[in-house]
Design a protein around this ligand. Structure first.
Ligand code: ZN
Length: 188
């Protein structure tokens, strides 16, 4: 069976068993928390378990690297919606060791795009249109610095309420150990 068919077949079973009942909650985070983390597969279950967070406890936003790269991009918008519309009160940026975004080489990525059929012409057109692909695709050298940058971007955002604490942490993707990089309570 192909992946999507497997998912849909399983889903019918899930509903029949009423397996959803144990997950029922509201859209408001019981622990008043927004977590921005990385899409790394090792963190899917490990991160909530290591932070004692369950369904209903928090809003979880993920991307590659837990990076806020633009003050008016979708990550920042999600954080603001969580705070103003969904009663979140604190933000945790949780980066991790051994992150794929720390090893990203934009030139190599562009080369892979070309191998997969994106034409050099397309790349040139984008660049002429002002898209700085290499800047857009680049990751970070040090996770600690990346977390601090994201925390600063959120904390200094002109639309963020001043009383919202923004914390920065690094998680070990093997053990779940958390390292505190920025304590948001010190900055309010
Ligand atoms: Zn990562």
């Amino acid at each position: 069976m192909r992946r999507l068919d497997e998912i849909l077949a399983y889903n019918r079973h899930f509903l029949e068993q009423k397996a959803y009942e144990q997950f029922q909650t509201t859209k408001f985070p019981d622990k008043g928390l927004v977590v921005l983390s990385c899409m790394d597969t090792r963190l899917v279950e490990l991160l909530p378990k290591a932070m004692n967070l369950r369904n209903g406890d928090f809003k979880l936003i993920k991307n590659a690297g837990a990076i806020v790269s633009h003050p008016f991009g979708s990550i920042m918008r999600s954080i603001l919606v969580a705070i103003y519309e969904l009663k979140a009160e604190e933000v945790c940026v949780v980066g991790h060791h051994d992150c794929g975004m720390s090893a990203i080489d934009p030139d190599r990525l562009v080369a892979k795009m070309k191998e997969r059929g994106v034409s050099a012409q397309t790349i040139r057109v984008l660049e002429h249109a002002g898209v700085d692909l290499r800047r857009w695709l680049r990751g970070f050298a040090q996770v600690e610095e990346a977390v601090k940058n994201s925390v600063a971007m959120i904390r200094n955002h002109p639309l963020l309420p001043r009383d919202v604490a923004v914390h920065g942490l690094i998680i070990d993707p093997h053990t779940g150990k958390l390292e505190l990089v920025e304590n948001g309570y010190d900055h309010r």
